[in-house]
Ligand binder design. Structure first.
Ligand code: NAI
Length: 413
């Protein structure tokens, strides 16, 4: 039975890979002598990653990656452990969040596990002497990797960073299934409304958008996808979603979910066309995908009909409902718990192995953005299947020989 007074107990029960790492690496302690910084959404699953790193020998410093998603009980429980230090509290202002990340960086971490590249960008921009001593990093989000690549291109990146987001064990599960399920669940709970029968417009058909669109359809919604990439648009079309421009979709949608990693995706020209009661949610990048300033400028009145819902009353009588202030709906809404624990188990396992490989591997990488070696990805997949008690087949000798023989000399054709 999870201990009701331990805010990490439930998450720990549902993160078996991390539990197995804590057990295994609690003995070998690969992070002994290293200080690892973690910037992420500070709730129970991140807490389990932090305590797993600590069990494996690391001194851990942690700060939020988003000021509104911090759970105070988790922060307090972790901060009470010797060797773990919080630079966070629940309900921080944007300024306090910023200051906390700077305070953390002044403690000169050896390794940075980041979510959105904010901490890595800050150490380069404002603490160059600290950046020079950082041995490496790992980044778990699409948007963060895009920022890292821009830094690398400009030649300013000072240390090697593993792109955890781009590893199959992350994006096929976290982005697709985690974002898909947790976004729709939170939208349904915070509005107390049904997804089935609604026209759900999903902006972006990347990993997250695919998850949201497929699961919305699975729940009985009519789905519309908007894209800027013709191949993704075609994929959405072939998957059975209707594809159109946002200009057209704006008139059709009951619920809009942005998942693009881009800015200004839903803006004034779209709000002007939306039906009364349309709901707007963002599951993509920070709070810039929906232009809230446009809603504010257009509205003659603003009300809060429900916790986590801001209603914009337009002069023509239409009401548009913005969820979670346009921030990530699955993480910052009033009922949000982020991704399901089982999904974060694989993502955080990849963050853990990224740190372990870079800090303890034989080769020191030069500055740059790197894919995680495939062997690490497979090892986490194997571990996940073990925890699920799922067996798979192994190649037989003849099958392996068949793969290796390009002439297929034994073929009967
Ligand atoms: P992705 O790169 O696979 O997909 C983004 C898609 O959006 C691309 O297909 C792109 O062509 C499309 N796009 C870009 N601008 C657009 C526009 N103006 N209109 C329509 N489509 C547009 O990225 P992925 O992995 O799906 O991630 C998307 C965003 O979600 C990122 O910001 C990422 O950091 C974030 N994310 C959020 C999570 C959450 O918990 N809410 C979890 C994982 C990622």
């Amino acid at each position: 039975m999870p201990d009701p007074d331990d805010p990490l107990a439930w998450a720990r029960d549902h993160t078996p890979i991390l539990r197995s790492f804590a057990e295994e690496y609690g003995e070998t302690r690969p992070f002994d002598g290293y200080t690892v910084a973690v910037a992420s959404h500070l709730e129970a699953k991140t807490g389990v990653l932090i305590e797993t790193l600590h069990a494996a020998g690391a001194e851990v410093l942690f700060a939020p990656s988003e000021p509104q998603s911090t759970h105070g009980d988790v922060v307090n429980a972790l901060d009470a452990v010797e060797g773990i230090t919080a630079f966070a509290e629940e309900g921080m202002s944007d300024e306090a969040f910023d200051a906390a990340q700077h305070d953390l960086l002044e403690r000169e971490p050896d390794f940075i596990l980041d979510d959105g590249c904010e901490l890595i960008a800050k150490v380069h921009a404002d603490h160059p002497e600290v950046a020079a001593g950082v041995l490496g990093g790992g980044e778990q989000t699409t948007a963060g990797v895009t920022r890292l690549e821009a830094m690398d291109e400009e030649g300013v990146l000072e240390f090697p960073v593993y792109s955890v987001n781009d590893t199959p064990m992350k994006h096929f599960f976290d982005n697709v299934h985690g974002t898909g399920e947790s976004s729709l669940t939170n939208i349904a709970i915070s509005t107390n409304s049904i997804i089935s029968g609604k026209t759900v417009v999903v902006a972006g058909y990347g990993y997250c958008g695919r998850g949201v669109a497929r699961k919305a359809r699975g729940m009985g919604a009519q789905t519309v996808v908007t894209e800027i990439d013709s191949r993704k648009a075609l994929e959405a079309h072939m998957d059975g979603h209707r594809v159109m421009s946002m200009d057209e979709a704006a008139e059709e949608g009951d619920l809009f979910v942005t998942t693009t990693g881009n800015r200004d995706v839903l803006r004034r020209e779209h709000f002007e066309k939306m039906a009364d009661g349309a709901m707007l949610a963002n599951s993509g990048h920070f709070d810039v995908e929906i232009v809230v300033e446009d809603l504010e400028a257009m509205a003659e009145d603003v009300s809060d009909p429900k916790e986590g819902v801001t209603r914009y009353h337009l002069p023509d009588g239409r009401r548009l409902d913005l969820l979670a202030d346009g921030r990530l709906v699955n993480l910052t809404g009033p009922y949000s718990q982020g991704h399901p624990a089982e999904v974060m188990d694989t993502t955080f396992a990849m963050m853990f192995v990224a740190a372990r490989d870079m800090l303890t591997g034989d080769d020191r990488l030069s500055a740059g953005v790197y894919a995680i070696p495939d062997r690490l990805d497979r090892a986490v997949a194997d571990r996940k299947l073990e925890t699920l008690d799922v067996s798979i087949d192994e190649l037989t000798d003849s099958q392996r020989a068949y793969y290796d023989d390009w002439e297929h000399a034994d073929s009967s054709f």
